[in-house]
Write a protein that binds this ligand. Structure first.
Ligand SMILES: [Mn+2]
Length: 414
């Protein structure tokens, strides 16, 4: 008796190609999904386990979503069933955003009027607006819940024979890196419909065969992950089955990565009771590593987005677990061509120049605030922790930046 899984790294599903790609990126992506699904079905796996960053952004178009989900569901088309709930969902998330913006505006006005001692009618008007929005939001929520309840049996029937897809949320597909925004994202929409299963420590996926149980738990990305004091994200202190897999979207590595990149090393989390800890986030991955009979692994991302990945060959893992044994086989994707055929080296010099410029900038920023950061999100994070800014304010700032990035990307896609 054994449990078998496909282990699939960051997918970054998107239609538009990264600047340095030579091939038809979207076509290649679809061919890769097809191959991953074919390998999973021919191996008769119990589940496909995906590390998060399933999507490259929080709100991919419905057309792209329908196309890739059909591939993941081995050809089962659910686009007609989810059309109506999707319409309600987009309406609801727009209301939610508007509501949050208004709330922020109110807070600002409060701050201002506190300073000027001048509580004015503008404030009252905003309150009215908010009241209306809350009423509307409640209405919207009812519509979407009843809609989901109506279509769920139909959907369940359609995907009954499909291999389940288990995942956690990655930083790219959440607003402001926050799992709290899940319900507003495409990932959350698919999770709420039961098409994808988001695992957490509270919501494990259990597989029972004969008298054996295999549990799969997970930790989605959040803004404090890999900070010291958050090692528990990786650590399972209560084993939920004869076998336990813990899935996480975090910067775990088998070696020290230096001071600039916030990360966690395997030796910091060997207390875990999980038999197998599987992570994504870091796109290069690291080989299967065993410590005290416990295994740690990152199979690496599926697409190659940067020129630095030119030598990397995308692969998935096929994990086999019996009561006494754990083995991993790696399947290199045939649909992934040589790096030099898909990544444009001529851009390398230009990129290198940019990287140098950026390194200078990083150095400057680091000197100012002793910041361990390498992107905007990280920098905001670091500034916040250095200056004791409230987590709520930090999360809002991060969300605003990610909304802006999302807007930019949407404009590029059009
Ligand atoms: Mn990623």
């Amino acid at each position: 008796m054994s449990f078998k899984f496909s282990l699939v790294g960051d997918m970054h599903q998107r239609k538009n190609a990264p600047a340095n790609r030579l091939d038809d990126f979207y076509l290649t992506l679809k061919n890769k999904i097809r191959e991953i699904v074919d390998v999973s079905y021919s191996n008769n796996v119990d589940a496909i386990i995906q590390t998060g960053d399933f999507f490259d952004n929080p709100m991919p178009s419905m057309a792209v979503t329908n196309e890739v989900i059909k591939l993941w569901l081995n050809g089962v088309d659910i686009s007609d069933v989810i059309y109506q709930p999707y319409k309600e969902f987009t309406k609801m998330s727009a209301y939610q955003r508007e509501y949050e913006e208004l709330t922020n505006e109110i807070i600002n006005i409060y701050d201002e009027s506190n300073q000027q001692n001048n509580p004015e009618s503008k404030e009252k008007r905003l309150y009215k607006d908010i009241e209306l929005l809350i009423k509307d939001k409640k209405k919207q929520k009812n519509i979407i819940t009843s809609d989901i309840n109506n279509i769920k049996p139909k959907l369940e029937k359609k995907i009954k024979k499909v291999i389940p897809i288990l995942l956690v949320g990655g930083n790219h597909e959440l607003y402001g890196n926050s799992i709290n925004t899940l319900n507003r994202t495409m990932l959350g929409f698919l999770v709420n419909l039961g098409i994808l299963k988001l695992v957490s420590k509270k919501n494990p996926h259990l597989i029972k065969k004969n008298n054996l149980t295999c549990a799969i738990t997970g930790t989605s990305y959040h803004n404090d992950i890999d900070s010291r004091g958050y090692e528990s994200d990786y650590i399972i202190d209560k084993k939920l089955g004869d076998r336990h897999i813990h899935l996480i979207h975090g910067m775990l590595h088998n070696k020290d990565m230096g001071k600039i990149i916030r990360h966690t090393t395997i030796d910091q989390i060997t207390d875990t009771l999980a038999d197998f800890t599987y992570t994504g986030h870091e796109h290069n991955g690291f080989p299967l590593t065993q410590v005290d009979g416990k295994y740690f692994y990152n199979s690496g991302a599926i697409p190659r987005l940067n020129i630095s990945e030119i030598e990397r060959k995308p692969k998935i893992g096929i994990l086999n677990m019996t009561k006494g044994d754990i083995s991993l086989e790696e399947h290199y994707l045939k649909s992934a061509r040589n790096g030099k055929d898909v990544l444009d080296i001529s851009k390398k010099l230009k990129d290198k120049h940019k990287e140098e410029e950026f390194a200078e900038y990083r150095k400057a920023v680091r000197n100012v605030g002793k910041i361990e950061g390498y992107n905007v999100m990280e920098i905001i994070n670091s500034i916040s922790s250095n200056k004791n800014i409230k987590p709520k304010v930090r999360d809002k700032a991060l969300e605003m930046v990610s909304n802006a990035i999302q807007k930019l990307e949407n404009n590029q896609e059009r």
